[in-house]
Design a binder for this molecule. Sequence first.
Ligand code: NI
Length: 252
Amino acid sequence: MLLHKSTWQEIEGYLGRSRTIVVPIGSNEQHGPTGLLGTDWMCPEIIANEAQKSADILIAPTFNIGMAQHHLGFGGTISLRPSTFMLAIGDWCRSLGAHGFTKLYFLNGHGGNHSTIEAAFSELYAEASFAGRPRGFSCKVRNWWELRGVMSLVSRQFPSGHGSHATPSEIAITQWAYPDAIKSANYAPRIATSGPIREATDFRARYADGRMGSDPGLATPEKGGELVAAAVQALIAEVQAFDAEPASPYPG
Ligand code: NI
């Protein structure tokens, strides 16, 4: 079930069956010479949208701008600073919590978001802790590639040249979902260098075409389809387990 294609009555009906919602979250940032700018929000959206076709799971609109300051040296990147990102995540969670959602599951597509998302959750819990009251909802974040079985499939599909940015796995997923947007380019070296992540000018100087450790030319739509299938199964199981957790494990 997709929130943006539902009416408010349908959402209130869903809340009678479940108090759990999945929020795809990512980033709009350069992904090397062949990767789409939307790769990091499109991957979790694609996986979540597939999952709700076979399970009664509610998917929120995609939170598609994240913490991508280091990619701002490349055209098309849009970023929130960490402090803004945390405030925005907080208001998304408070909105959903106000409707009665008690389990907020964020499916993340950008590694650079992870620590800020966790810090945003801590701010939300701290609000309740300092006031001496229950928060009323629990938050969870999972990177899609960390879903059970996905990384082992990635390792089999891409024994070398996977890297950490503009990876063939994420590009394969977008190729599977959007075959009309498959790009090709000549680039060298075949496998990009790796190193630290700092500010945007430093990033652009280190990683001239935007890749980190990857050979995105290894991506195929078929491999993307296999990854989506594995991720969907694991996501459904994990969301159902989260939904089944007691809302407050320490009553009283
Ligand atoms: Ni990415």
